[in-house]
Design a protein around this ligand. Sequence first.
Ligand code: ADP
Ligand code: ZN
Length: 606
Amino acid sequence: MSKKPFKKPSFSGGPKALLIGIIIMFALLFALTQLTDYAKTLHEFTYKEFLDQVKSGHVQSIVVNGQQVDGVLKNNQRFQATVVQRDTDFDLFEKYGVDYSVATQGVTSNFWYLILLLSVLLVLGMLSAWYINRQGKGNGGQGGGLFNMGKSRAKIFMPNSIKEKFASVAGAHEAKEELMDIVDFLKNPGKYRKIGAQIPRGVLLQGQPGTGKTLLARAVAGEAGCPFISVSGSDFVEVFVGVGASRVRDLFAQAKRNAPCIVFIDEIDAVGRQRSGGGNGGSDEREQTLNQLLTEMDGFEVNEEPIIVMAATNRADVLDKALLRPGRFDRVVTVPVPDLISRQEILQVHLKKVKIASDIDVQKLARATTGYTGADLSNFINTAAILATKAGLDKITMTQFNEARDASSMGKLAKTIVMSDLEKRITAYHEGGHTLINILMGDLTHPLHKVTITPRTGGSLGVTCMLPSGEQYLQTKEEYLADIRVSMGGRAAEMLVCNVMTAGAGSDFKGATNIAYRMVAYMGMNDVLGKAVYDDAYLSTETKTKIDEQVALILESEYQNAYKMLEDNRDKLDIIANLLLDKEVVEASEIYEALGMQQPETITLI
Ligand code: ADP
Ligand code: ZN
């Protein structure tokens, strides 16, 4: 569920709003110039001149407002003047037949300015109302609009619509065990209160996206038979200060009406990040929101119907420590990426929903999907089901599972991209470089699965696919370095054979840099930086520079190692590249055969 990236709110009124804004600006400017022109042609009489005009019978009509006079001469010329001695002046008007009236309200020549100002304000007001309205609606959910800004965007699920039970969550045994307590508490709060036990308030579920955090939270509500109120942390992040906090207040008001219930806040890191204590102004709103959340959680009355707040994140490390204090999210449940047994169980749950051939080996599928989350597994089965449908089958066979796995590890084919012969040659050597280093590094790397030089959507022109041979919980420094060297193999081969650098190596370097950075900054695998763990948030410029230097050294040294290895085994590199140019898609077994080498054991599906 947490695939949606954190969206930074912005004034994305769109081109339409911009256009309207520009039109208003121009209208305003135009009106102003018109008015100044008008003001210029308007004649200003001195008191004496004015009386002279009256006396010579040139004045058609006037409006007197206080001491201010707006008038029109008989030749239609407009003018302004002032009256000084009202009584005698009025007698004069009477005497010379001036059509005069006295304004009771502030109708002056400024009248038009006023009208203009008001209408501009009105239009601006309407425009911003329209904008805010749009914002409200754009963020989805009910209750958008100007007057609903502060309402929470929560979705409420009543017990009868929650089908999930603990049985729907495969694997995750430890997480489920911890959550059983919560279910029991929601069902029998009295039992706990009688004995004076500390009541749970918040549970933080931490784990990668797709590991089943939302599923678990719903299952808790399902088991307890209570409503499930779901909201995303990013729903609280707004441009307008105070809106987030008011949404939090509204959320908890809703929760109190529905208690006992579960409040589920997905992506809590969007609001729950470490408070900066100053810094940029944009964080003010978020801090207010977070403070409000803390206040609400502290404010639960012991004897009220229980509300359990469950929150999910994949970045528990960035959360404000205040969130984890007793009485708040004091229980942290880790939801891991499933291991072999759990994957088998998850696959079984999802395979029940599709038709499969009798020879489907679930254990084999589980072994071949190391690193897949629950969501990945569900997606994997769905992809296979679609492939089977397209192939006109009525059951999924191992062939579709094999294709589905390749599709997920290598990406989709981009059929519209046609490479030139030179591009093909460079790509064949680039992938050949990765492949050969992988083969030469032996057990230090994941076994080779397949190599292709068929372009993929997303821009890669080739893929060297390696798949883990099984569960691995610990990786050694040598293995990390080998991974980096394999990544460097692409560029090294390009340079060795074609003497060119291509952009294709960019993503290789990104992966390699990432590994090297973790080795240096987090895993104590570098002599210069030592065994300390360096927290990104508190890095001095000096330390940062040191880390970057060491990272660059590792990368450069592995690049040189890769280059040397390829140079020394140029004959093998040529064999692989030619095989690729010839067939475009090559299985690991074919490569080992062409090289006359023994292939290590891999997990194949067919
Ligand atoms: P998260 O909230 O951690 O991102 P979700 O709970 O949204 O993950 O999981 C997405 C989908 O993946 C679920 O709806 C379910 O189909 C599947 N899934 C994830 N974990 C499991 C699991 N342990 N058992 C069964 N299905 C799972
Ligand atoms: Zn590459």
